[in-house]
Each structure stands twice: as structure tokens, then as C-alpha cells.
Design a protein around this ligand. Structure first.
Ligand code: ATP
Ligand code: MG
Length: 247
């Protein structure tokens, strides 16, 4: 079976800052993989290498069997099948929620305005903000904006969704709504790679948890292995800090 994502000996440096130091992992279709680890460990860089927002210094990245790191790869075509959701929603401030979800469909997928609108409304309904179609981002809560951003990604019919700390910019009371949407996506069989500090979500939803530190994968396994019974001291130290920040 073709892996949804395959990363082989991936390295990334920014100048002489060697950020990713040989990363290997795969994601199978329909799997949810949560990536955890301390700040600066390279989680965002790894995620951004998976859709070539960053160009790896060395190594290979495959998405659905196609090598993105190949010099002849049609990156734009592959990227069309990969949705990305960022910590800072990145909505267009001058467009309504509906228009934000329509624009890439029209520009990239060349859908008609009518079709794009129907699909935008479906996806906004799906994430629970269907009533907010005419609202501008500044009129929405963080949680609503993030759900619009998820609807925008889903409207492109992605085969894979990448999430980079989608709830860490949100007020605590808004986190649940976004996680509920993500849980639903996972249940529907979406392939997802999620950088998160939400250990409850990772425990409940992830098929696999990957713990990164210092640009390498220190350990990976099921949530009960990595979060429940970590094998490495670095993992234990990290989890202690995340799960008991006051202690
Ligand atoms: N575009 C860039 N240019 C130069 N250095 C970068 C760039 N992006 C990331 N880095 C560096 O790479 C290292 C890893 O950053 P990265 O953002 O991947 O970490 P992270 O694990 O996502 O951290 P956080 O949990 O704080 O988001 C850091 O030292 C950072 O300064
Ligand atoms: Mg990051």
C-alpha cells in the first residue's frame, strides 16, 4: 500500500542552524499522527517540509507515493491535495468567511462561483459556523476563525490535513470547539498530521504519537506508549512540563 506520507532521512538547516537531523517516518492513509515536543525542536519545520513550504536540505518526502523532493516534481499539483491549518488562522481580513472559503476553490481548482459557494457553505456548516458566512474575520472569535480556516482547507478536498498547533492561539474556552471538529474529521477517516500540545486530544484521537527533541524523533508509538509509558528521559521531562506546568 502507498503511504500517505513518507519521510526519509530528512535534514533541514537554516544557515548553520541544523534544525532537522535525519527524520524518518510514515503515515498510512486514514491515520492521525500527533507530533509533540519542546519549543524549537523542529515540529513546524517538519510539517512545513511535508508540503514543501520549506525545502529540505537533504532527504526525501513522498506524499501519496509522489516524491515532492524530486527536482521535476509538480509541487503545486501535489499541494492541492494537502490542507494546512496554522496557529494564526491566516484568513484574508478583507474577505467574509464565505469568500475566504471560496477564493482558492475558484482560483486554484477553477470551480465556478456557484459551485464554490455551495461547497463553501457545506464546509462552513460542517465545522459549525454556517451562520457566519457574511462575517469578516475581525467579527469572529478565534475559535470561529480557526474553524473557517479548517473549512477553507476542506473545501479543496484534501487527502491529507496538516495542523500546526491549531488551538494554541485560542482562549481556553474556545479550544474545545476546534478539537471537536478535528475529532470528527479523524472519525471520518481523514489522514492528519497534527502538531499539538493538547495531550488529551493526542491520547484520544491519535493512532501514533511522535515525540521530537533537538531535530530528531526521540520516540514514537501509540499514545499509551509515548504519553502513558514514555521510554526516554527527555520524553518524560517534556510530558511532566506539559501535563503539570505549575509543578
Ligand atoms: N524560516 C526560518 N529561518 C531561520 N530559522 C528558522 C526558520 N524557521 C525555523 N527556524 C529555526 O528552526 C528551529 C526550529 O523551529 P520550529 O519552528 O520548527 O520549532 P517548533 O518545534 O515548531 O517550535 P514551537 O513549539 O515554538 O513552535 C528554531 O531554532 C528556529 O529558530
Ligand atoms: Mg512550531
Amino acid at each position: 500500500m502507498t503511504h500517505a506520507v513518507e519521510v526519509r532521512d530528512l535534514h533541514k538547516s537554516f544557515g548553520d542552524n541544523h534544525v532537522l537531523k535525519g527524520i524518518d517516518f510514515t503515515i498510512e492513509p486514514g491515520q492521525v499522527v500527533c507530533v509533540i515536543g519542546p519549543s524549537g525542536s523542529g515540529k513546524s519545520t517538519l510539517l512545513r517540509c511535508v508540503n514543501m513550504l520549506e525545502t529540505p536540505t537533504r532527504g526525501k518526502v513522498f506524499v501519496a507515493g509522489t516524491e515532492l523532493t524530486h527536482p521535476d516534481a509538480d509541487i503545486d499539483r501535489i499541494r492541492r491535495h494537502v490542507g494546512m491549518v496554522f496557529q494564526q488562522f491566516n484568513l484574508f481580513p478583507h474577505l467574509t468567511a464565505l469568500q475566504n472559503v471560496m477564493i482558492s476553490q475558484q482560483r486554484v481548482l477553477k470551480r465556478s462561483k456557484k459551485e464554490a459557494e455551495i461547497i463553501a457553505r457545506e464546509n462552513l456548516d460542517k465545522v459549525g459556523v454556517g451562520a457566519k458566512c457574511p462575517a469578516y474575520p475581525s467579527e469572529l472569535s478565534g475559535g470561529q476563525q480557526q474553524r473557517v480556516a479548517i473549512a477553507r482547507a476542506l473545501a479543496m478536498n484534501p487527502d491529507l490535513m496538516l495542523f500546526d498547533e491549531p488551538t494554541s492561539a485560542l482562549d481556553p474556552e474556545l479550544v474545545g470547539d476546534v478539537l471537536t471538529v478535528m475529532r470528527k474529521l479523524a472519525e471520518e477517516g481523514m489522514t492528519m498530521m497534527v502538531v499539538t500540545h493538547e495531550m488529551g486530544f493526542a491520547r484520544e484521537v491519535a493512532d501514533r504519537v511522535v515525540f521530537m527533541d533537538g531535530g530528531v524523533i526521540v520516540e514514537e508509538g501509540t499514545p499509551s506508549q509515548v504519553i502513558g509509558a514514555p521510554q526516554h528521559e527527555r520524553t518524560r521531562t517534556f510530558l511532566k512540563r506539559v501535563l503539570h506546568p505549575e509543578g
